[in-house]
Structure formats: structure tokens, C-alpha cells
Write a protein that binds this ligand. Structure first.
Ligand code: FAD
Length: 467
């Protein structure tokens, strides 16, 4: 009887450039497994991510069936399900692509040990980063804590070429995948904005390289310019690998030398993802523990009303409110606006960055265990290569600069649509007659600011001094 391999898919929900799947098919018959893990040391997936996951798995089941592979899904404790599934399918091999969080590695190491002691061939592979965190180090051998030298090293590396999609056994008819993983009803509106799955990810990459790349370097900070790739949720679920992106972008730079600078900028942003994965690998629990120890002594305020107003997009700062409403409606937010809304939380409001990180974790479709806490710690100033704590974004001047024509605010905060540009980013300073003419009432239909920018800036700087 032919050997059977279990390929355990985690954050690598794709067929192409999937080393574990290639190994499985070389071994014999393959059964693919996805586990929605309930291990208590693992962070449970947020609501928006569950919405994405369900759709991604449905698409994957169809693609796997095309190469003769059945997808099995289960919710429960990782080790228990892995061994139950191995037994149920008579598999003698178990393959996966590596993940890098401390708790994840501990679980994987235990399963590897037990599997091998029970005579199962267990192998793991690199699949979700450009360079594995343990394979890139400073001159003195330690992990990088600053991005620029990390990037200088990474860009000289020979990034492994992606492996093409395997075509193996004859197709089977796919089972309808009903993961049973709960999807929140509010997320169903994401259907209007996203199409999860590997095919959509590849189409997105090619469309970006063809149509948007040219404007990337100059315009990526402007939320309505639509020049960024929007690949982040596809990357978070591994529907596309960073190596595929790297090599496709490099080949554009070769064939269109005028695009080389934009490609370089784009790949340096992609490298931030790897940089966050090195922090995730080397540090303890980056979603909870500040990377700079002194930040654990900062006295954060408690203010549930302000936190609720921030979540609902009712802070009185139009660009912040636009961002928070975009997040709720679409499961994403433009990068520049993420920085602004995060700065308001941990600096002006002086609320613990972990509260904001948790909200993003629950509501972002691209919620990533390395990049979400990594970026929150960057904004809070507690990361290793962080924006200094004294750099406090002013949401009014940032709005005027990055949304000068007000298209972004008008789209997401329609109650301000009739305000002239001059006052759009600070309605609280507009003369009463202007507000009246635009139908804006700062008590009735749009809030006055929940915090004074000048006072809160000084308060944040004072808190920093106390450290
Ligand atoms: P592009 O500009 O097209 O970039 C290409 C890819 O590079 C992205 O898809 C992403 O994988 C990577 N990338 C770009 N910028 C960053 C960055 N700063 N850090 C890490 N990777 C980056 N990104 C996530 O993928 N998941 C998160 O949970 C997440 N949380 C964030 C929280 C805050 C407070 C902030 C300020 C940023 C966060 N980011 C996160 C980073 C960034 O906002 C998104 O990656 C980006 O907006 C995704 O849009 P894009 O795919 O069009 O990006």
C-alpha cells in the first residue's frame, strides 16, 4: 500500500511554493489538515480573521482537490488532533511549514519529538518568510534590533526561488468544507471588499505590479491613492508567499528598469514583515510584553469611554474616525492612518497600547501575530526600532497633509461631507455659521474632540519623563 503523508497547513493556505506540500506529494498520498487550535498557550484568532479563514479554506479545498488532495479541518488541541488524524488516515509521515512564535515552536517541537518516537517521519520547512529568523544575525551574532541594517543584510541575501505548484494525482471531487469555525455576522459585509484565496492573491499581486507599482514610492502614504498592494491578508494566511512576491517584483525591476526604485521601496516594506518575525521569534510574547523593559513602568490611564469612542470612530478627529470606521466596515485600514489612530490611543489618550492592539487583532483581516504587536510597539515607542515616544502625530495636520482634498474623510465620515476643506480636519475650530451651513452639530451629529491635543501631548511627554 502507498505511503500516506499528513500535511498540516497553518499560515500557508496555498498550493504554490509550499515546501511541505511538495514533500508530502513526493512521499505518497496526501491528506491536508487544518486545525483551528485551542491550545491555551496560543493566541486565539480574532473575529475578522475567522471570516477570512473560512473563505480561504473553502477556496483551498477546491484547489487541493484538483491535485488529488483532501482537506480535513478540525477545532481542538493541536497535538491531539494531529495524532488522531495521522491514525485515522494511516499516515506514516507528517509535514508542515514552520511558524516562529515561542508558543507555536514549543507545540511543534513536542509533536515532532512524539511523532518521531512513534516511527512517524516528521519534517518541517521554511515557507512564510523571506529569511528565517534564526538565519539572519548581526555581525556579533545576535538578532537585529534596528530595521535599516536588517534590510541592508536581507537585500543582499539570495532569496530562495519559489517552488511551482505541484500537479500530482488525478483530481478528486472536493468535499464542501464546513469548518464550523464561528464567523461574526458583522464581518459578512467584508464580502464586498475582499476575495480570500490563493487565486485572488496571485491576481492581486499581478494587478499591483502592472497598475499600481509606479506610484508606490511617492504616493503610498495617501489613503485614497490606492497604490499599495493590499496583499497583507493574503500574506497573513499564506495564500501567497513572500518569496513569490519578492521574485515577481524583482523580475519586474529587471524587465522595466524605470520601476526599480518602486520595487526597492515595496520590497523594503515587505521586509518589515520579516523584521517583525525576527522580534516575534527572539522575544517573549510581543503582544503583551514591551520590548523595551522601561515601558512596563509607564502609568497608562484608564478611560473606558475614550476607548469606546475610539473603537466606534467617534473621537472628534475626522481622520482618526474615518480610519476606525474603515476598519469596521472593511477589516482593513491604510497604513498611515493606522499610525495616526494608534498614536492617538497610546500618546494623546495615554491608554495602554495593548488595548488598541487587541482591537486591531479582533477586527483586522490581516491581523498578524508578529506585525500587529510589532507595529503597535513601534507606535507606542516601546519597540526596539520604534518611533520615539516624543513623536506624537497631530491628527489635524496629518489629515491636512495626507487627505488634503478630504476624499478619505468624506467617504467614511459622511456627516462632515459638506464642510469646506479648510475646516474638514478640525471641525471643532470651524465658525458656527460654517458648521450650520454644512449641517454639522458638534453636540448632536458629530462629537467634539474627546481630548485636547495640546494638553494631552504635554501629559504624554511628562509620562515619558517619569520613565
Ligand atoms: P503594502 O504597502 O503594499 O506592503 C506590502 C506588504 O509589506 C504588506 O502586505 C505587508 O505584508 C508588508 N508590510 C508593509 N508595511 C509593513 C509594516 N509596517 N509592518 C509589517 N509589514 C509590513 N500589517 C499586517 O500585515 N498585519 C497587521 O496586523 C498589522 N497591524 C498594524 C498595526 C499598526 C498599528 C500599524 C501602524 C501597522 C500595522 N501593519 C500590519 C502594517 C501595515 O499597516 C500593513 O501591512 C499594510 O497597511 C498592508 O497594506 P498593503 O498590503 O497594501 O501594504
Amino acid at each position: 500500500m502507498a505511503s500516506t503523508a499528513l500535511v498540516w497547513l497553518r499560515n500557508d493556505l496555498r498550493i504554490a511554493d509550499n515546501p511541505a506540500l511538495v514533500a508530502g506529494l513526493a512521499h505518497g498520498r496526501v491528506v491536508a489538515l487544518h486545525v483551528e487550535a485551542t491550545d491555551e498557550t496560543l493566541r486565539r484568532r480574532g473575529s475578522a480573521s475567522r471570516w477570512w479563514l473560512n473563505r480561504s479554506l473553502r477556496a483551498l479545498a477546491v484547489d487541493l482537490a484538483d491535485i488529488g488532495v483532501r482537506l480535513v479541518t478540525a477545532e481542538g488541541e493541536s497535538e491531539e488532533i494531529a495524532f488522531e488524524t495521522l491514525r485515522a488516515h494511516g499516515a506514516d509521515a507528517l509535514f508542515w511549514n514552520r511558524r516562529y512564535g515561542p508558543a507555536e515552536r514549543e507545540i511543534d517541537a513536542a509533536i515532532k519529538l512524539r511523532g518521531r518516537s512513534e516511527g512517524i517521519a516528521v519534517e518541517s520547512f521554511p515557507g512564510s518568510v523571506l529569511v528565517e529568523p534564526f538565519d539572519i544575525a548581526t555581525g556579533s551574532g545576535g538578532p537585529y534590533s534596528v530595521f535599516t541594517p536588517f534590510w541592508k543584510t536581507l537585500r543582499t541575501r539570495n532569496i530562495a526561488a519559489p517552488r511551482s505548484a505541484p500537479s500530482a494525482a488525478p483530481p478528486i471531487s472536493p468535499d464542501a468544507v464546513d469548518t464550523g469555525y464561528r464567523t461574526p455576522t458583522w464581518a459578512t459585509k467584508f464580502d464586498e471588499h475582499w476575495q480570500p484565496g490563493e487565486r485572488a492573491a496571485l491576481a492581486r499581486l499581478h494587478s499591483f505590479l502592472e497598475h499600481q507599482l509606479a506610484g508606490y514610492a511617492d504616493q503610498r502614504d495617501f489613503p485614497t491613492h490606492s497604490v499599495t498592494s493590499q496583499l497583507s491578508p493574503h500574506l497573513a494566511f499564506g495564500e501567497i508567499s513572500p518569496r513569490q512576491i519578492w521574485h515577481s517584483a524583482q523580475s519586474v525591476a529587471h524587465s522595466r528598469p524605470e520601476a526599480a526604485a518602486a520595487v526597492d521601496k515595496f520590497l523594503s516594506e515587505l521586509a518589515w514583515r520579516d523584521f517583525n518575525y525576527t522580534q516575534y521569534f527572539h522575544r517573549t510574547d510581543i503582544a503583551n510584553v514591551p520590548m523595551q523593559e522601561r515601558f512596563s513602568r509607564l502609568s497608562w490611564r484608564e478611560d473606558d469611554a475614550a476607548l469606546a469612542a475610539w473603537k466606534q470612530g467617534r473621537t472628534g478627529f475626522p481622520i482618526v474616525d474615518a480610519g476606525m470606521r474603515e476598519l469596521w466596515a472593511t477589516g482593513t485600514m491604510h497604513n498611515r492612518v493606522r499610525m495616526l489612530v494608534a498614536s492617538l490611543v497610546c500618546k494623546n489618550l495615554l491608554l495602554d497600547w495593548r488595548l488598541g492592539e487587541q482591537w486591531f487583532w479582533d477586527t483586522l483581516v490581516d491581523a498578524d501575530p508578529a506585525s500587529n504587536p510589532g507595529n503597535w510597539q513601534w507606535v507606542a515607542g516601546s519597540g526596539l526600532d520604534a518611533s520615539p515616544f516624543f513623536r506624537i502625530f497631530n491628527p489635524v495636520t496629518q489629515g491636512e497633509r495626507f487627505d488634503a482634498d478630504g476624499r478619505y474623510v468624506r467617504r467614511w465620515v459622511p456627516e462632515l461631507a459638506l464642510l469646506p476643506n479648510e475646516w474638514l480636519h478640525e471641525p471643532f475650530e470651524a465658525p458656527p455659521a460654517v458648521l450650520r451651513a454644512a449641517g454639522v452639530d458638534l453636540e448632536a451629529n458629530y462629537p467634539a474632540p474627546i481630548v485636547d491635543l495640546k494638553m494631552s501631548r504635554e501629559r504624554a511627554l511628562e509620562a515619558l519623563k517619569q520613565l
